[in-house]
Design a protein around this ligand. Sequence first.
Ligand code: CP3
Length: 343
Amino acid sequence: MADRIALDVLKGKTVFPPPVWLMRQAGRYLPEYRETRRRAGGFLDLCYDPAFAVEVTLQPIRRFGFDAAILFSDILVVPHALGRDLRFEDGSGPLMTPIAAEQIERIDVSGFHERLAPVYETVRRLRSELPETTTLIGFCGAPWTVATYMIAGRGSPDQAAARLFGYRWPDAMRTLLALLADVSAAYLIRQIEAGADAVQIFDSWSGVLDGESFGCFCVEPVAAIVKQVRAAHPQVPVIAFPKGAGSRYVGFRKATGAAAIGLDWTVPLDQARIIQQEGVVQGNLDPQRLVAGGRALSDGVGAILRELGGGPLVFNLGHGITPETPIGNVEAMLDQIRRRPPR
Ligand code: CP3
């Protein structure tokens, strides 16, 4: 097999310049994405049609030659495959009917993999169409983050509804998170068997949890997923991204068993170095530096290369690329990463 440097780094190797990909690299900042999205109709039509999903996954690889491609889908296809309704309306993000505590016992997992068959087909086609050297990353949402959307029915700035639900109905919450962990592990295992080289667990909302809840709502379910994936495929690296975890980033790798840790942009680079001593890190440029460009961008990129380039690093943003990002800034960032030796 040809060298896949992003995969090598995820397994613990140090490579300089580091491999790079961007969260949400297939998205609205690309005119070709907007064009395909228009042809597909709705966002979910894009996710569930392998031809469209393959096309948009490949677009940023063709344009920028990123070292890794991330499957194009969404974290909310998992509750959708459990029979929950899901809509994406322009400008308002995802919308679902909020789940009630008493409905959780009755969630029906039959038909889960059948409903997700188009995703597995997308992964199969991607592995055969991607360049040999491009690492293919599959993903799922972490149980807590998926649960926040199932409970509130939409995004919110602080996930108050899901936090309240967890305090009022702790048993229902535990049941929901355990169920999501099991189906998500099975989902990742199917993606790996279809050709994914590595998988990432997005816990975008872990940062809103208090100390105790962080342990049982974030760490435990993520650890349960990692354990099941590793039991089935011990060679496949799992990247955990507990966005906003702050001081709780230290030790997260050990607590969950993840091979690599995704750092959000608020993690100071001296802290990031400590976390990197525990293993591979991925991140963590502020996406707004990429929007700004110029000195803001080159200073941010330079600092990450300088502080983290001496150890196992997958260069990435600290969260998804935003629609207003100028394409020229992405090119400038890649030139800087790929050409400049460490100072
Ligand atoms: O390129 C990639 O990174 C792969 C595709 C991907 C998408 N969503 C496509 C998408 C991935 C990995 C996700 C993960 C995801 N989805 C997360 C976790 C990561 C994060 O961003 O915190 C979450 C919380 C979701 C749920 C979700 N999907 C929200 C809140 C939204 C609306 C916000 C927005 O940007 O509009 C989406 C929609 C979505 N998912 C878009 C894309 C490209 C934009 C929809 C469009 O094209 O209209």
